[in-house]
Ligand binder design. Structure first.
Ligand code: SAH
Length: 258
């Protein structure tokens, strides 16, 4: 069997591709190849513009699919059908998503539609924000002395609340990574304390990780909401909770602007 990386992009196929967390050099080889061969690229707001500028053909059709908070340029249903239509037009379609397409990216929903409609597809994983941000912020997600488990959750607020398994999250010896959590940060910290984590438990929030605009704000469950407010952070941000956050001071290597 040939390596997948040697297969050229096929007409009429949808490639669901992870673009990584920001730094274009964190793309996989397969992602770079497919972006370069695509006839049409349907991309989200989290995909760095450098990636398209560097790798896409100048004549490629670019379709912005949105996905900023409160600004869905295209409803999910329409987007799923758009992918089907483009593939039926015999296009080589790259559906490019920030991070990894199967981690909080609705990639599963898009592929379900492709399967139902009989459209050939391939899924190319990407470095998810948790992995990229942790590496660039000097916060190992697991560590023999601090955390034997790591959980990824979405902190998206729904009607002002967060429906999460609080007893499961408020555990020692594990790291919790919260995607989409900035607006619910205060509530998140309160709930984790209410369910048993110490008020001085380490927690950090990282803005635009892996990019030149990366900023890390570290504190505790008690201090982090105030520190984050004062820092006026810009999306996207990722929250990391757990003892491993204490390693940031020692292990950070990327120069950050204040
Ligand atoms: N599929 C993506 C996640 C999409 S959800 C992935 O695997 O990374 C979008 C959320 O991801 C953002 O709200 C933010 O919490 C997080 N995120 C994505 N890129 C980020 C970055 N460069 N820095 C910090 N957080 C990021």
């Amino acid at each position: 069997m040939p390596l997948r990386t040697s297969l050229p992009a096929q007409a009429g196929t949808v490639y669901l591709v992870g673009a990584g967390p920001g730094d274009p050099s964190l793309l996989t080889l397969r992602a770079a190849q497919l972006i370069g061969e695509a006839d049409v690229i349907v991309y989200d707001n989290l995909v760095s513009t450098e990636i398209l500028a560097m790798l896409a053909r100048p004549d490629v059709e670019r379709i912005y699919a949105g996905k900023e908070r409160g600004n869905h340029a295209l409803p999910q249903e329409q987007l799923n059908l758009l992918l089907v239509r483009l593939a039926r037009d015999a296009k080589r379609v790259v559906r490019l998503k920030g991070g990894d397409p199967y981690t909080f990216g609705r990639g599963g929903e898009e592929v379900e539609t492709l399967v139902e409609q009989g459209i050939p597809f391939e899924v190319v994983p990407g470095i998810t924000a948790a992995a990229g941000v942790a590496a660039y912020a000097g916060i190992p997600l697991t560590h023999r002395n601090h955390a034997q488990a790591c959980v990824f959750v979405t902190g998206h607020l729904k009607d002002g609340s967060m429906n999460l398994d609080w007893p499961g999250l408020a555990r020692r010896r594990q790291t919790v990574v919260i995607y989409m959590g900035l607006h619910g940060l205060q509530l998140l910290c309160e709930k984790l304390i209410e369910h048993g984590l110490p008020p001085d438990w380490p927690a950090a929030i990282v803005q635009q990780g892996t990019t030149p605009r990366q900023r890390t704000v570290a504190g505790t469950l008690t201090t982090l909401p105030g520190l984050a407010d004062a820092a006026k952070l810009k999306a996207p941000t990722l929250i990391i909770v757990g003892e491993v956050v204490k390693l940031h001071e020692k292990l950070a290597w990327l120069p950050e602007s204040a």
